[in-house]
Write a new protein. Structure first.
Length: 252
């Protein structure tokens, strides 16, 4: 099997994110090969410090990880991460920040919220329970999202409308409960009281999920609405391989 390059994403790689090709990279922690779009790149900075490069664009040498934060931090504590990076980078004189996991999580969160903001400005995202319900019943909602502190009754009502519009009554499909509350969503979108969100364009939904799935995987936050209250543990563990985004995936 070809050993994937440990470098930044080039133009051909980003074309793969559009479905033309799926470039692969090797995780330096597990040694497993997976699509690069589901992994996180770590870049070696000119100061010799390892830093997250979640967009895969930083110049210079880099390596890739495809594990949740808890597993990354365990590998870092045991020296396994440093060893894997040294082999991938052919370099030993580098420093790994103690808070690398927190930095990655913060960047993944920022990237997802920024993506939502871009889609909102492009007119592909709507908010407000009444607006979403109407659009959902007409089959115009491609992805349904809820703030972490959204009430269960409101989630169930919109999920039912969504299933009606998608001709999937009885399927149990729910929206995605995000790892952030309404205040964070409102700030990201520049809107007041953003509790529920509906993405109305299929390509926009895929773009959101591409960011969201990496964020969910890294934090261990794998939740659909499932009629659970907002006080459910925000560290529910996910299992299996790094997810890939799809607006029609039942997991979301």
């Amino acid at each position: 099997m070809r050993t994937p390059r440990n470098d930044q994403l080039g133009d051909s790689d980003r074309a793969g994110q559009r479905g033309q090709h799926a470039p692969e990279r090797r995780c330096v922690v597990t040694g497993e090969v997976a699509p690069a779009v589901g992994l996180v790149r770590l870049a070696l900075g000119p100061d010799g410090v390892i830093a997250p490069d979640i967009h895969g664009k930083a110049p210079g040498r880099g390596a890739w990880i495809g594990v949740p934060r808890a597993e990354l931090e365990a590998a870092q504590a045991k020296g396994k991460l440093k060893g894997g990076l040294a082999r991938a980078l052919h370099e030993n004189g580098f420093t790994i920040p103690d808070d690398l996991g927190a930095r990655i999580e913060a960047q993944l969160e920022r990237a997802t919220l920024d993506r939502l903001g871009l889609e909102a400005r492009a007119g592909a995202l709507i908010s407000g329970s009444d607006r979403i319900e109407e659009a959902a019943r007409r089959g115009r909602v491609r992805l349904l999202l809820h703030a972490r502190d959204a009430g269960p009754d409101g989630r169930r009502k919109l999920a039912q409308a969504w299933r009606v519009g998608e001709a999937e009554e009885g399927s149990g499909r729910e929206g995605v409960v995000l790892p952030v509350d309404r205040q964070a969503l409102s700030m990201a979108l520049g809107r007041e009281n953003a509790v529920h969100l509906g993405v109305t364009d299929a390509r926009a939904a895929d773009r959101v999920l591409a960011h969201l799935s990496r964020w969910q995987f890294f934090t261990g936050w794998f939740r659909d609405a499932s009629n659970r209250g907002p006080d459910t543990d925000s560290r529910e563990a996910g299992a299996g391989a790094t997810p890939s985004g799809s607006a029609r995936t039942d997991a979301f």
